[in-house]
Design a protein around this ligand. Structure first.
Ligand code: KG4
Ligand code: ZN
Length: 340
């Protein structure tokens, strides 16, 4: 077992956020993110633009992370980076940087699975973060993922259910786009929904066998509904915006909650760990808090800075790999698809 003084520099570049963090042991010394605003104009992430933006942002972000942590690059113990899953062009920028930096500093490399990182943030040592006990149910809800994962230990994770089409955040964003909202729309829908009636409009909740979920049916039903109503009344969307947002949000959250309930019962789990940007959603949070009361669930919701894509999550996963002396090599390939 190593001491808690190792310093890890972690790089995350799997999608449209360029991020770097420094950890000493399980403590986060810095957690820096450069968001790419360029995608807003296109209503979604444009992969080519994302990799270009990573190229220009990665060096400043790493500098910032080292400076904020107040450490010199020569004091580092290891360099961690996201190996996958994600957009290949984006991953390559992070891995190429991490490899060159490790090579020049003669440091070991630690490739990390992004999804494992999302679920391991709960092991960061920090006020406000509670650490679950194994096994627990990990739920990742973001623009890119919707997964229900049985977490047996730090690196043994089994996907029990996943989305068969769109991710939950993607459904928020695409439906938001249909209503003329800015990308990404999750936060706006959440805000507008607070003034709306969640039962005003009904959208179908798919009845899926097993623990998989599907979001494209709701998206299509929602799109068809607003098109039809708008053809009768041009201002239908603006007249009903709050109720549309509340009803849509209620349905999207209900879909994942139903599956969480099924899995928790079948696997006799009572700890639910949430990761991903949609963890910020107030309806999801309220519903989980209600279940925590009624079903005796223990729900783990880390601070938002650790639920959305960030590099501290890569750093904490690397910390556990470092404990096992599990290192990668310069020839490791970035993988757009990567299982647990
Ligand atoms: O984890 P994240 O920052 O990036 C990835 O997609 O991996 O998640 C972003 C997603 C977007 O789809 C965004 O609309 C959604 O999280 N989101 C929300 C809320 N805040 C962010 N969705 C619903 N309610 C929110 N409050
Ligand atoms: Zn993610």
């Amino acid at each position: 077992m190593l001491s808690n003084s190792e310093l890890i520099l972690a790089i995350e570049s799997s999608c449209d956020d360029t991020a770097a963090a420094v950890l000493r042991g399980r403590k986060v010394l810095s957690n820096c993110i450069a968001n790419q605003t360029i995608h807003k104009a296109y209503g979604g992430v444009v992969p080519e633009l994302a990799s270009r933006a990573h190229q220009s942002k990665i060096i400043p972000v790493v500098h910032q992370a080292l400076a904020q942590a107040n450490i010199d690059k020569n004091d580092l113990t290891a360099i961690a980076y996201t190996q996958g899953p994600g957009l290949l062009g984006s991953l390559l920028v992070g891995s190429a940087f991490a490899k060159s930096f490790a090579l020049s500093l003669e440091l070991p490399l630690i490739p990390i699975n992004h999804m494992q990182g999302h679920l391991l943030v709960h092991f960061i040592e920090e006020e406000g973060i509670q650490t679950p006990k194994f096994p627990f149910l990990g739920v990742t809800v973001s623009g890119g993922h919707t997964q229900l994962v049985l977490v047996k230990n730090h690196f043994e994770m089994e996907v029990l259910g996943t989305t068969l089409d769109d991710a939950i955040g993607e459904a928020f964003d695409k439906c938001g786009k249909r209503m003329g909202l800015d990308y990404p729309s999750g936060t706006q829908i959440d805000k507008l929904a607070k003034e709306g009636n969640p039962y005003k409009f009904q959208f179908p909740i798919p009845n899926m066998k097993g623990y998989d979920v599907s979001y494209s049916g709701v998206k299509t039903a929602f799109t068809n509904f607003i098109h039809k109503q708008s053809s009768k009344n041009k201002s239908f969307i603006s007249d009903n915006l709050n109720d549309l947002c509340a009803s849509l949000q209620y349905t999207l959250v209900q879909i994942i909650l139903n599956k969480i309930e099924e899995v928790v019962k079948a696997y006799e789990l009572n700890q639910i760990v949430i990761g991903g940007g949609v963890a910020a959603n107030s309806e999801l949070r309220n519903q989980l808090a209600a279940r925590a009361e009624s079903e005796q669930w223990q729900v783990f919701l880390p601070p938002l800075k650790y639920t959305t894509d960030n590099a501290a999550m890569i750093g904490i996963a690397a910390y556990f790999k470092l404990q096992n002396q599990e290192f990668g090599s310069l020839s490791d390939a970035s993988l757009s698809r990567l299982n647990y």
